[in-house]
Design a protein around this ligand. Sequence first.
Ligand SMILES: C[S@@+](CC[C@H](N)C(=O)[O-])C[C@H]1O[C@@H](n2cnc3c(N)ncnc32)[C@H](O)[C@@H]1O
Length: 226
Amino acid sequence: MNLSSRLNSILGMIDSHYEHIWDCCCDHGYLGQAVLQAKPEAKVHFLDVVESITSKLKQHLTSSDYSNERWQVHCKDLQQLRLPLPENATNIQHRHLLIIAGVGGDLTLDMVQAVLQNNPDCDIDFLLCPVRQLHKVRCGAKAFGLGLVNEKIVKDGGRYYEAIHLSTLSEDDIPVVGGSMWDLAKDDHQEYLRQNISHYQRMQAQGNASARKVLAEYMSLQELLA
Ligand SMILES: C[S@@+](CC[C@H](N)C(=O)[O-])C[C@H]1O[C@@H](n2cnc3c(N)ncnc32)[C@H](O)[C@@H]1O
């Protein structure tokens, strides 16, 4: 299957062992199917709230070569998800990775918050790749007590994304404008930084009170280029 560079980069960031990997908001399920192929040790969960999407996907997976013990399709609102605890276990350590990609930043944050609230006894990793509002997502995730594992800038179809791997077990700070993902020797990264700066300059000019502080944070990255 030919994955987009966005989904391929997300796949490449799954570098630990997980027993359960969730393609949340899976839609077409391309990412989950690539995970099925790349991570034979994991059970892959496909979750979407739209029934027509999940029933079509279930039909497709049933006719595939993958054993039905390797995958499960869930028609569910992610905000209602309760992760199953194995018998006699009180905590699932590092066994669930939830990937949430391709939805807006506000919804991504609502989902992460709900998952954390509904599963207080689980250690959970998230791989987030929201559409827009990256600064807000990073600040929110920090406030929920998550820590950084890894981060990457991804360019796909002329558009930039950030893939952010977070964990309830990590104590590493989440930089609100990104940290290790930046390689400002790269033209692409310079362009992405310029786009962020222009965006917050426009917001500041429109009288957005919080834009000034965010702009200063992005500008401080640009100073590294000077
Ligand atoms: C644009 S698609 C993203 C597909 C894929 N993850 C990607 O990155 O290419 C967004 C999907 O999120 C699903 N969705 C939206 N809200 C949801 C929720 N609360 N719970 C589960 N799925 C949801 C929609 O039904 C839709 O299929």
